[in-house]
Design a protein around this ligand. Structure first.
Ligand code: B4P
Length: 215
């Protein structure tokens, strides 16, 4: 902290970059598998010009490129399990470093564990910024299963094509991910959003919450 103060007082160039970081707007789109995170993220990044960081997309791209990281991740994803924290945190850390001049980040599917939440806070703190809000989509389990089975008919995703794997993913969510909302609730950052209804209705509710925080 002392180090940061010294920089602010004596280095006008770093002072400018500090100002830029503080004005960043970072949100987490949170919810169980199939709650609409990916669907709504596409619309939100277009409207608010945020950098989309989806750990699911990043992992699937590693799988497609058959990298060692992708091969390791696939063994977990195919079973509906979470990929180990160190793999995912490393990926996000590189993505943050690669995107220094953005208005803010939309985190989709990350963080998914308590360790990932703490790591994200630390990484953002190093960039002198923080999470502005966690928008949490609420959807019943039966609706989640229905949506993912339906997506499995066309997505080609190995984790969508068996009900047992879909239910395992939801189980992982309850066991390891739901507590992420409790973590951010301690900082009063969580907003619950009804995730059932039309895509446009849900989008409009998400935008209302974002606009309140931007104004
Ligand atoms: P993700 O890629 O994050 O996928 P997801 O949570 O399953 O789906 P998402 O929530 O984005 O889907 P959407 O609702 O948009 O994760 C996949 C796997 O990667 C994980 O299981 C894990 O193994 C690994 N992983 C990813 N991040 C990780 C991390 N941080 N740590 C460890 N492991 C990680 O869409 C679902 C369907 O619903 C779509 O077909 C959509 O069209 C439909 N839909 C959306 N909104 C709807 C609405 N309002 N009404 C009806 N249908 C709707």
């Amino acid at each position: 902290m002392l180090f940061v103060k010294a920089i602010i007082n004596f280095n006008p160039y770093i002072c400018v970059s500090l100002k830029v970081s503080i004005t960043m707007f970072n949100i987490i789109l949170f919810g169980p598998p199939g709650s609409g995170k990916g669907t709504q993220s596409e619309k939100l990044i277009e409207k608010y010009q945020l950098k989309h960081l989806s750990t699911g997309d990043l992992l699937r791209s590693e799988i497609t490129s058959e990298t060692p990281l992708g091969l390791e991740a696939k063994s977990f994803m195919d079973k509906g399990e979470l990929v180990p924290d160190e793999v995912v945190i490393g990926m996000i850390s590189s993505a943050l470093d690669a995107n220094t001049h953005v208005k803010g980040f939309l985190f989709d599917g990350f963080p998914r564990t308590a360790a990932q939440s703490e790591a994200l806070d630390k990484l953002l703190k190093l960039k002198l910024t923080e999470i502005s809000a966690v928008l949490a989509l609420e959807v019943s389990e039966e609706e989640l299963v229905k949506r993912l089975i339906h997506r499995g008919l066309t997505s080609g995703r190995s984790d969508d094509n068996s009900e047992a794997v879909i239910r395992a993913r939801i189980g992982e969510y309850h066991k390891k991910t739901a507590m992420v909302a409790d973590y951010y609730q301690n900082f009063d950052k969580v907003v619950l959003i009804k995730g059932e209804g039309t895509v446009e209705e849900i989008f409009s509710n998400l935008c209302n919450e974002i606009d309140k925080r931007l104004s």
